[in-house]
Design a protein around this ligand. Structure first.
Ligand code: ADP
Length: 485
């Protein structure tokens, strides 16, 4: 096997359904490859529609039992799962790096981040309070219960193979809902390792399930099956829109975390060092493959040249290589399609008058490695500014006034994360209020945390994940009117 783990049982090549490890009923499989080497790591089942339907029916049986568990019992089980994830942090990180490519240090960070959602929602499970509302007529009492919505499904992306799953399943399980997770084809092994640990933690059968296979087979069943009452999706905007349309036939509740086009605004009065440091973290983490990565830099004229120079200096220092090698800071892109997108965005920008300050080409390592890149002279009509590049490319747009910056920042149908650097408190307040985004980082490049509500506005999505609000996505309110008192 091409991945070395301390606990080799964490490498699973079957699906986890109703507490059992199973293959596809017709034996079909998918290959999982290492993006840094192109080598095959493992195979996982490619389920057919019947297999998926069966998994959903079993999850419904599990629901009847799981919703009867007390909040405290669910909390204890989630806590045990959290502890096991922490105990196996290194192995999980190795799986992430091997199938996804990010440097091991980042992968370890992701495991902690992923685990933090399970810890948080283990705690929140105990705080799902209802209401008693003062009555409007004598002889009546008005109450509100908050109950689990039912069987849930998640479709998750490859850029955070662990965290995008736990951010969904932790609140679902805490609320009393079973979940069926379909991880991205590129990164199913981390999901299956999480299932192995869920099993060891004593999470009852059918409550957490992982199914793998073709999205075009599994997606339509998860979206059309009436047993599934809620779908949570993180991924691209076109697929999110398709799933939303497909869910209409059964009126499912939806959470969507879709693409962003994050502006990173640097005003003349910014602390230059802090802005450069924040830009490096926000832009080049995970090779630029996160939905909150700065996608376009809006830099005020007075600081533009200095910012460009400093950012280019720092970007040149990044060590690119296989994520398992020591000190590597940037791994490969996930696949050829991702590489082709970066290349087409850059050639479009250069064709329309942008200049390369550093990078701008494939890396000497070959494969899907790409050089950390900084572009200047970028304008709004270029793909790098108008679309999500999802690669290690920092395009710098020059602006003069605050109003102009805000107009450029909001000139998009996306609205996930935005960043701004300034030391003027009034400006910080005005611009933070004016940004049409779900998340704003002020003098800060890293905004993700389990304690805060993560999510977008406009076409970046619906709903919030994490925080005390995250569990609401898996609950329904029931109003009970008690008469005859
Ligand atoms: P990316 O382009 O970054 O791979 P996607 O939105 O295509 O992002 O993928 C995110 C997740 O959505 C993955 O699990 C993928 O398999 C799944 N997916 C892609 N297309 C569909 C579809 N038509 N129906 C259901 N799931 C899909």
């Amino acid at each position: 096997l091409r991945v070395k783990l301390n606990d080799s049982l964490l490498l699973r090549q079957e699906n986890y359904i109703n507490g059992e490890w199973v293959a596809s009923s017709d034996g079909a499989t998918l290959c999982v490859t290492n993006p840094a080497t192109g080598e095959q790591i493992a195979t996982v089942p490619s389920l057919n529609v019947e297999d998926v339907r069966n998994a959903i029916a079993l999850a419904e049986e599990a629901w009847v039992l799981w919703r009867e568990y007390s909040a405290k019992e669910r909390s204890v089980l989630l806590r045990q799962w959290f502890d096991l994830i922490i105990d196996h942090q290194d192995d999980l990180a190795m799986l992430i790096t091997t199938e996804q490519g990010k440097p091991l240090a980042e992968a370890r960070g992701e495991v902690l981040y992923a685990a933090s959602f399970i810890e948080w929602f283990a705690e929140e499970a105990k705080r799902v309070y209802g209401d008693v509302i003062p009555h409007s007529a004598r002889g009546k009492r008005i109450m509100v219960l908050r109950q689990p919505i039912g069987v849930t499904a998640a479709i998750t992306p490859w850029n955070f193979p662990a965290a995008m799953i736990t951010r969904k399943c932790a609140p679902a399980l805490a609320a009393g809902c079973p979940m069926i997770v379909k991880p991205a084809d590129q990164t199913p092994l981390t999901a299956l390792a999480l299932a192995e640990l869920a099993s060891r933690a004593g999470i009852p059968k059918g409550v957490f399930n992982v199914v793998t296979g073709e999205a075009s087979v599994i997606g339509p069943e998860l979206t059309s099956n009436p047993i599934i009452r809620k779908l949570s999706f993180t991924g691209s905007t076109p697929v999110g829109k398709l799933l939303m349309a497909q869910c209409a036939s059964t009126v499912k509740k939806l959470s969507l975390e879709l693409g962003g086009n994050a502006p990173f605004i640097v005003f003349d009065d910014a602390d230059l060092d802090a802005a450069v440091q924040g830009a490096m973290l926000s832009k080049y983490r995970n090779s630029g493959q996160t939905c909150v990565c700065a996608n376009r830099f809006l830099v005020q004229a007075g600081i533009y040249d200095r910012f460009a120079e400093r950012l280019a200096q720092e970007a040149t220092k990044l060590k690119v290589g296989q994520g398992t090698e020591a000190d590597v800071q940037q791994g490969p892109l996930i696949d050829e399609r991702a590489l082709a997108k970066v290349e087409s965005h850059i050639s479009d920008a250069l064709g329309k008058g942008a200049s390369v300050v550093v990078g701008g080409a494939r890396h000497a390592l070959g494969g899907t490695f790409y050089q950390p890149t900084v572009l200047t002279g970028v304008t709004e009509d270029m793909f790098v500014a108008a679309e999500e590049t999802f690669g290690p490319v920092a395009p710098l747009i020059r602006f003069d006034t605050e109003a102009e910056a805000l107009a450029i920042a909001n000139n998009t149908r996306s609205g996930l994360a935005a960043y701004l650097y300034s030391r003027d408190m009034a400006r910080i307040w005005r611009v933070s209020e004016g940004l049409e985004y779900g998340i704003v980082g002020v003098n800060e490049g890293i905004i993700s945390t389990e304690v805060a509500p993560f999510g977008g506005v406009k076409e970046s999505g619906l709903g919030r994940e994490g925080s005390r609000y995250g569990i609401d996505e898996y609950l329904e309110m029931k109003y009970i009117c008690l008469g005859g008192i």
